[in-house]
Design a protein around this ligand. Sequence first.
Ligand code: SAM
Length: 235
Amino acid sequence: MDKNSFAFQAIGHIRSPFREKFGIPRQPGLVTAAQVELWLSPQFSPAALSGLEGFSHLWLSFVFHQHLQRPWHERVRPPRLGGNEKVGVFASRSPFRPNPIGLSVVPWHGWRQEQGQLVLSLGGADLLDGTPVLDIKPYIPFVDSLPEAKGGFAEQPPPLREVRFCPEALQQLQHWQQQYPQLLELVRQILAQDPRPAYQQQDEREYGVLVYQLNVRFRSQGQALEVTGVQPLAE
Ligand code: SAM
């Protein structure tokens, strides 16, 4: 057996409002309205979660499963550096890495059983719909919270954009909000992060971000971003 090769089974999969990569926050906690679910594989019973109720946050390790075949490079351009400067892949959180494994810390709000599976409710995630999860661990504040730690080139959270809604888009979002109660706030928080690549941020053209099955159209208006319309995708 090759001692350097390992095969892991996903313990479950994420159900998320993010159906494509564009618009997903670049880290957890930036879009708190991005509530997701982790559906554990049927092999797990509540026994696997016992004791977890005392912890408010969880570490998730997961696979960057989309574009798994895309090559990785030793030097990458983190969005935080405007997409111009390069750093080593190990100094970045790029999804394109030698082993495409991600790590996110998220609040969790409990679990239920549905269709023979355990379903964990999680908050503020940066995960694509369908993301395979490899492991869950409790976040332990006295170990994992290090106030003296330095943040390198990502010392501060990214600046936020003002988000406006044109009256028609607002009406459309309010309509869909009956189905997705946090939709308006979710769209506002996603766009406040300005998902456009840094080199396109002066661009006046219209963009679309896919949230659930809705194509939310927006464009820049000075320093703000304005939601111009909402188009449901054909099922
Ligand atoms: N917090 C994790 C970490 O540090 O390992 C992920 C950070 S990574 C910069 C977050 C980005 O990964 C998201 O904005 C999205 O573009 C991408 N992403 C999320 N889920 C993914 C998946 N299942 N496959 C590929 N890319 C994914």
